[in-house]
Design a protein around this ligand. Structure first.
Ligand SMILES: NC(=[NH2+])NCCC[C@H](N)C(=O)O
Length: 320
């Protein structure tokens, strides 16, 4: 049993990075959450100590050199920095609650967790419209927020290769896969998706190959969010520790306007809230993350307000 989270152990790690998204603005998501907390009269951001990971967003002005892994040099830097920060927080016996821009840096969170808990088997619950299992060899967009789970699974997925990344891209991809220590940080079969519904064929291939469970939005509706949370944790029963990654685009595109890659047929805000609140009650929880709020695509900060309410309730739920 790992968890015994008290308020003073929570560290909010801010990662205002957006280089791996296809649209601009996700780096402003954390400040949008803070504005939302003020507008909703919450004291949330006074309750916890904060850490911030320095970003390299300025490289966006230079244009990208790696079409099948855009800004991969910057992504390598960010994964390393996030990994070190998460490890440091865990080494100090504190709990990493990560608020990030684009979803790519969640790979760094996982690397940091595994670097601290070297011999523990880590289960990942990925609540997201996307499976984020692409590699430079399979990506349709070159946007690296579609790749974090392949980074930590140390995948190339050559069976589904459609791209020919250049040598420099491949070298950096190898470095990313080996941050912290060489090779995979998780078993692919220790991932559970919730509401993943916009998958490309190379990703679907991996879901089949590794028998990765995806609880569809329909299943959430039929079984209820609470039951899906229970079943998701049951499936990871053999894991010693659990990390939950919540991308706000898991919610339906009618709610998730303020995010870079909205998709129809998603969760309601209430379902997302119940799922997160239930999942974080697990005694095995060692990290939780929220990503991809982009206020520049939104009106009147609605996305951040919805996301903030989930953040606050989820945090209260993990404190028990
Ligand atoms: N975390 C995200 N929002 N990921 C979106 C990925 C979209 C698409 N699968 C791609 O690779 O380009």
């Amino acid at each position: 049993m790992e968890k015994n989270i008290s308020e003073d152990r929570i560290r909010i790690i801010q990662v205002k990075s957006e280089i791996a998204a296809g649209t601009r603005g996700a780096s402003l998501g954390i400040d949008a959450l803070k504005i939302a907390s003020l507008d909703l009269n919450s004291d949330y951001f006074t309750r916890f100590d904060e850490e911030e990971v320095e970003t390299v967003n300025e490289i966006l002005f230079d244009g990208f050199e790696h079409p099948h892994a855009k800004f991969i040099d910057g992504v390598y830097t960010m994964e390393s920095r996030v990994s070190e920060m998460v490890k440091k927080v865990l080494d100090e016996d504190n709990f990493p609650l990560v608020l990030a821009g684009d979803h790519s840096t969640a790979a760094g969170t996982i690397m940091g967790i595994k670097n601290h808990y070297k011999n523990k088997r880590l289960g990942v619950i990925w609540i997201d419209a996307h499976a984020d299992l692409h590699t430079p060899y399979t990506t349709p967009s070159g946007n690296m927020h579609g790749m974090p789970l392949a980074m930590v699974g140390s995948l190339d997925n050559m069976d589904c290769r459609i791209n020919n990344p250049k040598k420099e891209t491949v070298e950096l991809w190898e470095k990313i896969k080996n941050i912290g220590f060489k090779g995979p940080k998780i078993d692919l079969s220790d991932i559970v998706f919730i509401s993943a519904r916009d998958l490309e064929e190379p990703e679907q291939f991996l879901l089949n190959k590794y028998s990765i469970k995806n609880f569809t939005t329909d299943e959430v509706r039929k079984l209820g969010a609470k039951e899906v949370a229970k079943q998701a944790l049951d499936r990871l029963d053999n894991c010693d520790i659990i990390y939950v990654s919540f991308d706000v685009d898991s919610m339906d595109s009618e709610i998730s306007v303020g995010t870079g890659t909205p998709v129809k047929n998603g969760l309601t805000a209430e379902e997302a809230k119940i799922l997160n609140c239930e999942l974080v009650k697990s005694p095995k929880l060692v990290g939780w993350e929220m990503v991809e709020v982009n206020p520049t695509l939104d009106t009147e900060n609605k996305m951040a307000e919805t996301a903030f309410e989930i953040l606050e309730e989820t945090t209260n739920s993990m404190l028990g």
